[in-house]
Write a protein that binds this ligand. Structure first.
Ligand code: PEP
Ligand code: MG
Length: 547
């Protein structure tokens, strides 16, 4: 028996068997065993090359349409490089000489790097970034093979970290726990684990990576620990806890179907955060009153190309139906940082959280933005035709300036004109940057609602990267006076301008602050749907204006 302690990123208890991603999956094992097998390594490389090549062809057309010829040339250069003797030829030569596919790519990249660095021609010297990008794409395609797992029931995943795209591809009902040595509380990996109800323990000692596949393991976030080869006594204690938790859940059922209302009679809207049609169904069954945040970017992850307008329309319309026409706030794509898709071809950045993401990308790529907005408006139109009621509102992420909102609203106006929209579609923004808080009074005059993205807001106000490891965790303080002041200022600006203000970051379920938020005037809480009934119980016990 060995017990490991960590931080709780998603609550829960589970008992299962280990799948250690850092050790050997069948393919990784096959690759390791075949590291000296030239034919295997060559086949691995050629397949990766084919995947990347087809991705680049699609990307070339998209870039030409959206960003023009100059940008498209960059893609063309990568395609050229992929067939060039100095790149492709050298990689194949290295593999033939006995290197693994990954080593061959790295070596070729490094030697080309050196050559290009000394070039007088500045155009060519600047192509170093494309060499790096192409190499990363090839390596990712090779690594992508390792993500294809056939999970057995009750799997507990052990890894250094699990990427968002990887977690999205797993058959989640089969996972009863995840234990990682890295990770952070408000990353999207943690958020997806919470949404899926999977216990996640992060920042556990590296020693856990030595655990063999198939070993019995228990994960219990109430004791913040994972127990490898638990004793019979420990197993029984954990089974007892599982029973108690389900009893507690049963007890919360008293709040199903009730109003969410403070003791002194103020209505609060209790909504759910979702990322898919499946989530919408689960959220409805969890008794949500609506959706306060559809992370629409999840529809763009784990694919090779953008979803078409038609595909998006179908998804949004399906979500409306799964929610039985309850309110649905669709956030336009917030791609970037830990939510990535290769085909977006985003630049590699030193500080991606401060970089090219969310609305910045949408405003730069009009076709992408218009397609999404048109799909949203069409779903709203279909709903309106059926029920004379539009449940959909639109929300823009990562706003820092009024001019961004002006542009977003102009995009909306154009689509409204184009589709002859004759009903109201509310538009709101996420308040998740310090800049937005400081100009909240101006922003409130432009939109119908605010929703605080406390995950990002906390990272920017406290200067703590959401992806940080345990060395920074002690600085994460959700009750920091600066954060409380920002929450207060945002609500005040909303109230003064007669718009409503909600919160959809993880802070919405942080129990120490529920009373504070309600008293400051937050009227909408959008939370993980597993917590709907629990939050209703908490809110219904709060007095907004104590005597
Ligand atoms: C947030 O930042 O709090 C938020 C809700 O958005 P996301 O977590 O998707 O960045
Ligand atoms: Mg955010």
């Amino acid at each position: 028996m060995k017990q490991f302690f960590g931080q709780v990123a998603s609550e829960g208890i589970g008992i299962g068997v280990v799948l250690n991603l850092s050790k050997n999956t069948s393919l990784a094992k096959e690759n390791a065993e075949n590291s000296l097998n030239n034919e295997f390594q060559m086949a691995l490389y050629l397949r990766a090359k084919e995947i990347v090549n087809s991705r680049l062809s699609t990307l070339y057309n998209q870039t030409l349409d959206n960003l023009g010829q100059e940008m498209a040339k960059i893609v063309l250069f990568e395609q050229f490089l992929l067939e060039d003797d100095e790149f492709d030829g050298k990689i194949q030569q290295h593999i033939a000489d006995g290197k693994t596919a990954q080593e061959a790519i790295k070596e070729t990249q490094n030697s080309l790097y050196e050559t290009f660095k000394t070039l007088k021609d500045s155009y060519l010297a600047e192509r170093i970034a494309e060499i790096a990008d192409l190499s990363t794409q090839l390596e990712n395609s090779i690594n992508g093979d390792y993500q294809m797992f056939n999970l057995s029931e009750n799997t507990v995943i052990i890894a250094t970290d699990v990427a968002v795209s990887q977690l999205l591809t797993f058959d989640k009902p089969k996972i009863c726990g995840i234990v990682t040595t890295k990770g952070s509380l408000t990353t999207h990996t943690s958020i997806i684990a919470q949404t899926a109800g999977i216990p996640l323990l992060i920042q556990v000692d590296n020693d856990i990576l030595n655990t063999e596949n198939g070993t019995k393991i228990a994960i219990d976030t109430f004791s913040k620990s994972a127990i490898v080869q638990p004793t019979d006594y420990q197993v029984n204690t954990i089974l007892q806890k599982i029973k108690e938790t389900s009893e507690e859940k049963l007890n919360q059922e008293r709040f199903r179907g009730c109003k969410t209302q403070t003791k002194d009679g103020f209505d609060i809207r209790l909504y759910a955060n979702i990322g898919s049609v499946e989530d919408a169904k689960m959220a409805y069954n969890a008794d949500t009153e609506g959706v306060g945040l559809l992370r629409s970017e999840f529809l763009f992850i784990n694919r090779n190309d953008y979803p078409s307008e038609e595909e998006q329309y179908n998804t949004y319309w399906q979500i409306v139906q799964e929610l039985h026409f309850k309110p649905l706030i669709i956030r336009t794509i917030d791609i970037g940082t830990d939510k990535n898709a290769d085909y977006f071809n985003l630049p590699t950045e030193t500080n991606p959280a401060l970089g090219y993401r969310a609305i910045r990308i949408c405003l730069d790529r009009p076709q992408l933005f218009e397609n999404q907005l048109r799909a949203i408006y069409r779903a709203a139109q279909t709903a309106y035709k059926q029920k004379e009621h539009n449940p959909i509102a639109i929300m823009f992420p990562m706003i820092v300036a009024c001019w961004e909102v002006e542009k977003c609203l102009q995009f909306c106006q154009n689509i409204e004109n184009e589709l002859n929209i004759n009903f109201k579609v509310a538009k709101g923004i996420m308040i998740e940057t310090p800049a937005a808080v400081l100009i909240a009074n101006d922003l409130a005059k432009m939109v119908d609602f605010f929703s605080v993205g406390s995950n990002d807001l906390a990272q920017y106000i406290l200067a703590i990267d959401r992806q940080c490891g345990n060395h920074l965790e002690k600085y994460v303080d959700f009750e920091h006076p600066a954060l409380l002041k920002a929450l207060k200022m945002t609500a005040q600006a909303a109230i003064e301008n007669n718009i409503w203000c909600g919160i959809c970051g993880e802070l919405a379920t942080y129990p120490n602050l529920t009373e504070f938020l309600i008293r400051e005037g937050y009227t909408e809480f959008s939370v993980n749907y597993h917590k709907i009934l629990k939050m209703r119980e908490i809110i219904n016990n709060i007095t907004r204006f104590p005597a």
